[in-house]
Each structure stands twice: as C-alpha cells, then as structure tokens.
Design a binder for this molecule. Sequence first.
Ligand code: SF4
Length: 480
Amino acid sequence: MDEFNPLYKRWRKGLKRVALVYPNRYVGGISNLGLQYIYHRINLMDGFVCERFYSDVFDGLKSVETSTPLSSFDIALFSIQYEEDVFKAYEILKKSGFSGLKIAGGPCIMENPRPYEKIFDFLYVGELESSSFFDRLQFNDLKDCEGIYSPGKRVKSVRSKLDEHLEMQIIGNSAYGRALLLEIGRGCVRNCRFCIVRRIYFPCRWRDAELLLEVAEKNRKFVDKVALIAPSPSDHPEFREIVFGLADMGFSVSPSSIRADKIDEEIIGVLKASGLRTLTIAPEAGSERLREALNKGIGYEDIIRTSGLAGEYGIEKIKLYFMVGLPGERKEDLDEIVNLAKEVRNSVRRVEISVNPLVPKPHTPFQWLSFGGKLEFRKEDIRELKEKIKYLWKNLRGFEFKAGSVEEFAVQTVISRGKQDVFPLIESGRANSFRNIFRLGLDRYLGSVEEHWSCVDHGYDAKRLRMELERALRIAGIDF
Ligand code: SF4
C-alpha cells in the first residue's frame, strides 16, 4: 500500500488486537480524520495494538498492515459513516467468523442507533477525543461509559473540545489526493433545514488558525498539499488567515467545499494558484423559493457571481449539487435547475450536475416529511422521483450528469429512520433491498413516523424543529 504511516505499531504476544473497520473504500477511510485519531490513540495505549480494515482491501477480511485475518482480533471497532455501510459491515462480520467484541460508532449511530442493536455489542453515540471511552475500553468496562447506548434508555451524545489536532497522520491516496488533512472545525453555523450536521455536531466549534498552521509546519517535509476539512470550511472566522498562511508556507490548499457566498477574487486566486481545477457549489434547489424553504442562504446572484469568478480565474469545471423530492416541488422548480445549469455554463467550460433524492433525516426539521418530500408517503412517489430525475437528465443533455439511485436513497431513508425491525433488511443483503422494503413492510419508514430517534439527546430544542418545518412548508406553498 502506497502510504506513509508514522503511527504503525507492531503486534507482539500479550497485546490485545483491535480491528478498526471502515466498511467502505480505502479512499474514503483514509480521508477520515476521526478514524486516524482512533488508530493513533489505541496504538498509544499499553497492551493494545490497532490495525485497519477497508472493504476494498482483502474484501475487509484482513488487515492492511499485516494481512492478519479479522477473526484473530479481540475487538472490532466499526465506523458507520453512511447508512448503506451497514450491509458491508454485516457481511464482513459474517464472512470473517469474528467472535470478539463488536462496537460501532460514527454519524449513523449518532443519528439513530436503533437499527444496529442486533449487530453490535456496543453502540457509541458521540465524538471520541474528550471521552472516557478509551480508558473504559482498556479496562473492558464499557457498560456505563458515557455515550454508550442501552436500548430503552436515552443517551446523551458526547462532544469533544477541539483544542488539539493530530500532529502526525497517515498520508495515503485520499479523496483529496496525497494531502495532510486539517480538520479546521466541526459542526456548522448554518441552519439548512434538510441537514443533520448542525444538530448532531452542535455547537459549531473551530480550531485556532495558529494551532492549524503549527501542525502544517510540522508536516511540511512529508507532504506539499493540505486539505481543509469541515462541513462548511469557508465559514471559519479565520479562513483567510489559514488559506493565505498555508499558501505562504508553500502548500497547495484544497478546502473540502466552499460556499458560493464566501468566495472573492483573492481567495479564488490563491486556490487556483494551489492547483484548484474544480469548484463545487451546492444550490440544492433550482428556484429561489425552494432554496429559501431549505434555508440554504445562497442566492442566484451568489451562484452566478462565483461562476463568473471561476471562469475569469481559469477554473475548468463547476460541479452543481441539487436534490429532488423537496417539499412543494413543482415542474417549474426543475426547469429552474436546467436554466441555472445553462447560465453557469456561460462562465466555465465544463459543468457537472449531481442530483440526489432528499433523505428526510432524523433530528432535522424535515424529519416529519416523507421520502418524496410530502406529508404522507404513497408508492407512486417512487415513480415520481424517478421521473423527475429522468426529466432533468433529458433536459440537461450535453452536461456531465450524475444521479443517485432512488432505490438506494429509499434504503438510506429506511435505515436512518428505522428501529430493530430493519435488521431483516440488512440481513437480506443489499442487491434487492428495495423490493424487500415493501416485502418486509418497512415502507412505513418512507413516511412520517414517530421520532423514536429521540433516544439520542443531541441537546437541541425539539420544538424549534417543528417551527422550522412549518416555516419551510409555508415558503414552499404547502397547506398543513
Ligand atoms: S448543508 Fe452545509 S452549510 Fe447547510 S447546515 Fe449542512 S453543513 Fe452547514
């Protein structure tokens, strides 16, 4: 494996083996600083050694470091980043014959641990850096540890201070290329009504520019690119200092995303000089009315101005992200996606359109909406979603066009909103899960269900969510 790993620890007799399993591709796993932190922390613990597993390396059955089979490990820590990862996690557990302690964490467990109860021994809800989790793990005493979910009880999600940053990390071929990953913040100051980030990583926390630049300086001899990671990096109050400071050190800089309302000539100039070739903008909806219903906070003028700047500075491509199945969505809203895409193409040579169905996520104001964006789910809504995507595809011929599978997003919705009863769906494997949703009667989770995910306390005021939903519906023009 082509990577630089200063955190590697060799196994010797008497050490407990911990498998850190990312049930998805290496490129995503190595881009995840949370996983790097766990790996580092366990390898610093006396009596323990940690090795990594990815779904595309030995099919997730042997470790990357020493090709040791998962079945030889004592503890397996799974990170569930996307709902569909649970299919691979379950397959790995079954195929490997692993019989040790099974623990899972990650954003999907923070969102709703209930669908995972039958697969893992412990489910951890929260962030790990400031938690007692590792001390408890060392003494095999996780039962009453903070953040550990017990069925039938409410669990408070654990938050960490961000006063430190991993100083050394594994440099591999990540989603950002061979780059040092700097997590500049966690959570988000915005309040997009469809997005779970604000609720489950609340409050928004930023790392100091000074700390980040120090970490970068220590790594200067290993790597010449830095990826700035946060849900919305350009909202960092010291974003300019960070970007310009890194550029002055000679790094090329790549933020995980940039908001269209935060870009100016200076920033785009530095990013272009750093090798930026593609700019990603997420308008989410084509019309101002729906963007307002989503509370996206990006206007038509921002998108056009940013595209113009991108064109001026020789950025080759713009990626535009949209969703369908939004509340109150009409044919005119889809036409406005087409018009917006065409206008953006007046500025840059290549425009890629990405369209995905909305997943009405737990803990968001849209948690009471159905898959399809209505107040109630009907089977025809699936066909309607497919037709909307087809309509866009037909009207955007000549554009690079990517669309998520409606079936896969339906499965995501069911798992994110389900309870233990989704286990047979997970057990059935992924390929025909959509058919199984209906066979198993799980289509009820595509509609509005009781908020049983309130078993996780993320510290927000639930009444506000209802008010936010009502505001969105009023703007979208829906009677309720
Ligand atoms: S969509 Fe982006 S900007 Fe909006 S709340 Fe989520 S992370 Fe923040």
